[in-house]
Design a binder for this molecule. Structure first.
Ligand SMILES: Nc1ncnc2c1ncn2[C@@H]1O[C@H](COP(=O)(O)OP(=O)(O)O)[C@@H](O)[C@H]1O
Ligand SMILES: [Mg+2]
Length: 215
């Protein structure tokens, strides 16, 4: 799959993903890595979205009808992700770039698979053809108590955030389960500490990957 590196930042709403993904991009760029897609150097790749079709799906998912059926939701995420893999991730990795994702497959497994009880294996199965084997080299899950994360919220809540604390608690359990299931790939980081300390912990979690000899 080329020589690039794929890193995903995961966790519940408000755990600090977007803050930390941006800081990680800056950290990596300062160390001389070619970060982000070639068309948008230095930037985070966000999910759902990151492509024109993906952004259209994002609007539907985050601002569409409240009563989307759970499988509709899961398949829309999978569709946006398939587009991202094909148009952004594969070309970037082939070009040897380091791509930092703000959410990826584990969000679907935690939200739709675990929290919405569609089944982690079932959700993975519908995503697999679109992923085409493109799994992150390392996934950082930011662990923050759902009440703490909710208290951080600013601005208007989106469709999923409006569902509130009960859903976020199930999602947090889902991420904990994924960390146990994929111990080689998934690293948990305490996200309740100050921003700079969390950034240091994430940098340490990805460091072995960057130092490994590239083949
Ligand atoms: N470690 C932290 N401690 C306190 N507040 C934080 C921390 N990390 C992020 N925040 C704040 O919490 C809010 C949510 O962070 P954000 O990065 O948008 O989370 P996410 O992308 O996971 O939803 C923002 O207002 C952000 O400034
Ligand atoms: Mg965010």
């Amino acid at each position: 799959m080329g020589d690039g590196i794929l890193i995903s930042i995961e966790g519940i709403d408000g755990c600090g993903k977007s803050t930390q993904a941006a800081l990680l991009c800056r950290h990596l760029a300062a160390r001389g890595f070619a970060v982000g897609p070639a068309e948008a150097p230095g930037t985070v790749v966000r999910e759902p979205g990151g492509t024109p079709a993906g952004e259209a799906v994002r609007r539907l998912l985050l601002h569409g009808p409240d009563d989307l059926a759970p499988w509709t939701e899961a398949l829309l995420y999978a569709a946006a992700r398939a587009e991202l893999v094909e148009r952004v991730l594969r070309p970037g990795l082939r070009a040897g770039r380091v791509l930092v994702l703000d959410r990826y497959i584990d969000s679907s497994l935690a939200y739709q698979g675990h929290a919405r009880a569609l089944g982690v294996d079932e959700v993975l199965a519908v995503n697999a053809p679109g992923l085409g084997g493109l799994i992150p080299d390392v996934t950082v899950v930011l662990c923050v108590d759902p009440e703490v994360a909710l208290a951080r919220a600013v601005g208007e809540a989106d469709r999923i955030e409006r569902e509130g604390l009960a859903l976020q608690r199930r999602v947090a359990d889902g991420f904990a389960e994924l960390a146990r299931r994929f111990p080689g790939r998934v690293r948990t980081v305490d996200g309740e500490r100050p921003v700079a300390e969390v950034a240091e912990a994430i940098a340490a979690a990805v460091a072995p990957l960057l130092e490994a000899p590239r083949v």
